[in-house]
Ligand binder design. Structure first.
Ligand SMILES: [Zn+2]
Length: 406
């Protein structure tokens, strides 16, 4: 974060006071993880930046492969960081629509027709604990038996090339590698990548994703603030976060034929905060189990609670109705994206699937291949695949595609 006068704890305090104003708490006695994305702005002639939380998410669950829906109506990944990022993308889409009525304080449309953050505006991700995957591997190891704990002093740089993902918390000794989301050993497999890996990906491709990159330039995080790191582990965790979030993809910069114009390997500043989160595992005494539900909140827009990736309290017979779909689901995004394209008089991705619409965004796909393609730093990335994205903008699954894949 390059804004003078900015204090990382302000983003945490703003998030916690916002959460206190929302009538939500995790299930009694259960812990959760909290994440938010704030937009920080230094107004002209001001010495202190203002902070606005644009999205907030809680949760630590994700769906196993055998429960992923074909019509995009359930969230695959309900980890707090992922919800906060999806909420921020939705906020950006909605801000583009609002900008048509009244110019936005935060984003501005350039001569090329694409939006970007205004000068002196940056984004900050706050997470109440170290994100799962590579960033937290040594911290977790330090809480294990002594032989495993010895790893906390091990070299922070990867010994093996990061092209084969480890499952969850397996292979503690492998640092700098891709991992799938952690889960119990007896749980069905998941295909979602760990939050550390997703944060690293946002650091190269931006948080906006493929579709929104037809409307705005890549949007990068300026800072990442992380809670609940014991004093004794702070130095190691900071090294681990910097490796996990950008150190392991740094070589993209050096490649002649690297990233397309506008994309870069961003290096968000990592800060550790001492402000506790009331419903964290640490605050609840360490033995609590995790809450099954997830809060998703978006500034000026919506607040809803999910369970198993779907909105809590919606009977199965209403699940397919547009107004009951989670606002952060793939299909809800696709619908909103189409309204934004309509409002901007841009060509609509009608008669096509969500997957095909994303694939058609060439520059974004080129950037993605620089990161996850063959021989690239994240070539082991597990892609969710066409099978779960072969629905159109009204949520109809294109049967031919679906059947071919089964
Ligand atoms: Zn996670």
């Amino acid at each position: 974060m390059s804004l003078p006068g900015w204090n990382p704890d302000d983003a945490v305090a703003a998030t916690l006071s916002l959460l206190a104003s929302i009538s939500y708490a995790p299930q009694p006695g259960k812990f959760s993880i909290l994440a938010s994305i704030s937009i920080v702005r230094l107004a002209p002639e001001s010495t202190t930046p203002s902070i606005k939380v644009i999205s907030l998410g809680t949760g630590s669950k994700c769906l196993p492969v055998d429960r992923l829906p074909l019509n995009g109506d359930a969230l695959h990944d309900s980890h707090a960081e992922v919800l906060a990022r999806r909420g921020a993308v939705r906020w950006l889409l909605e801000e583009v629509l609002r900008d048509a009525d009244e110019p936005s304080e935060w984003i501005i449309k350039g001569l090329d027709g694409l939006f970007r953050l205004r000068p002196q505006v940056e984004l900050c991700l706050y997470v109440s604990t170290v994100p799962c995957g590579d960033a937290s591997t040594r911290l977790l190891a330090s809480a294990q038996e002594p032989s495993v704990a010895a790893l906390k002093d091990s070299t922070p740089w990867p010994i093996l090339p990061p092209d084969a993902p480890s499952r969850g918390r397996d292979d503690y000794a492998r640092l700098g590698v891709l991992r799938t989301k952690p889960g119990r050993a007896d749980a069905p497999p998941v295909s979602s990548m760990a939050c550390s890996d997703k944060i690293a990906r946002w650091g190269v491709l931006g948080i906006q994703g493929a579709l929104l990159s037809t409307v705005c330039h890549p949007v990068y995080l300026g800072a990442i603030v992380i809670g609940e790191v014991p004093e004794s582990m702070r130095e190691n965790v900071k090294i681990d976060c910097e490796r996990a979030f950008w150190g392991r993809v740094g070589r993209l910069d050096a490649k002649q034929d690297g990233l397309p114009e506008g994309y870069r390997v961003s290096t968000p500043a990592v800060h550790l905060t001492s402000i506790p989160f009331t419903y964290s595992k640490v605050s609840l005494g360490g033995t609590a189990s995790s809450s099954n539900d997830s809060l998703c909140w978006i500034a000026g827009s919506s607040s809803e609670v999910l369970i198993n990736g779907l909105r809590r309290g919606v009977p199965p017979k209403h699940r397919a109705k547009e107004k009951f779909r989670p606002v952060l689901s793939k299909i809800s995004f696709f619908t909103l994206y189409c309204s934004v394209m309509r409002a901007l008089d841009k060509p609509l991705p009608s008669e096509t699937t969500y997957y095909a619409a994303k694939e058609a965004v060439q520059q974004y796909q080129d950037a993605k291949m620089s990161l996850v393609g063959q021989g690239a730093p994240f070539s082991g990335w597990i892609r969710s695949g066409e099978k779960w994205e072969s629905f159109d903008s009204i949520g109809t699954v294109r049967l031919a595609l679906r059947d071919n894949q089964q």
